[in-house]
Design a binder for this molecule. Sequence first.
Ligand code: S3P
Length: 181
Amino acid sequence: MAVNNPRHLVNLALIGFMGTGKSSVGRLVAEQLHFDYLDTDELIQSRSGRTITDIFDGEGEAVFRKLEQQLVSELAARKRTVIATGGGLPTNPVNLASLKTHALVVCLWASPERIWERVRNQTHRPLLRDPNPKSKIRELLAAREPFYRQADVLINTDLRSAREVTQQIVHQFKLAQSGQQ
Ligand code: S3P
C-alpha cells in the first residue's frame, strides 16, 4: 500500500463495482472501528425520497451523477465515518480526489463471474437492466478498472469472506493511521 501524500485520514471510503460487498463489509468495518456508517446511494434516496431507479428513469443518469458529486463534496466535513459509495462514483475524478483528502480509499475488487453471481437475483440496479447483463458487467468493469485502481488499497474479494475482507481493511486502516503520526 502506498499512501504517499500526507493526508488526514479521518474516514474510510469503500469504492468498487456493484456487488462487491461494499455495504455489508462497510457495516462490519464501521462496527469494528466504532465509526458511523454512511452509504451514498441510501443517502441520495432518503434525501430525494426516490429510488435510484426512479431518478435514472425520471431525470437520467447525469442528474444522479450530479447528486453524487454534491454529496461527496459534503463528506469532507465528516469524521470517523465509513463511507460506502455507489459503483460509478469514483469514475468522476473530482469525487475520487475529494475522498482522498480525508479518507483512506479502499477498493473491493471481484471478477465479473463473482459479480454476476452476487447481483443476478437483484433488480434494483438500473445499469444492469440490459438484455445481456453479463457482458454489460464485463464492459463496465473494464472501463472502470483504471479508476478503481487509484484506490490506496485494493482487495480481491473473490476468495475471501466478508469477515476476512473486513479484518484486512481494519488492519490497513490502522496501519495507514499509525503512519501518519
Ligand atoms: C451504480 C451502482 C449502484 C448505484 C447506481 C449506479 C454504478 O450502487 O449507485 O445504480 O454506476 O455502478 P452499488 O455499487 O451500491 O450497487
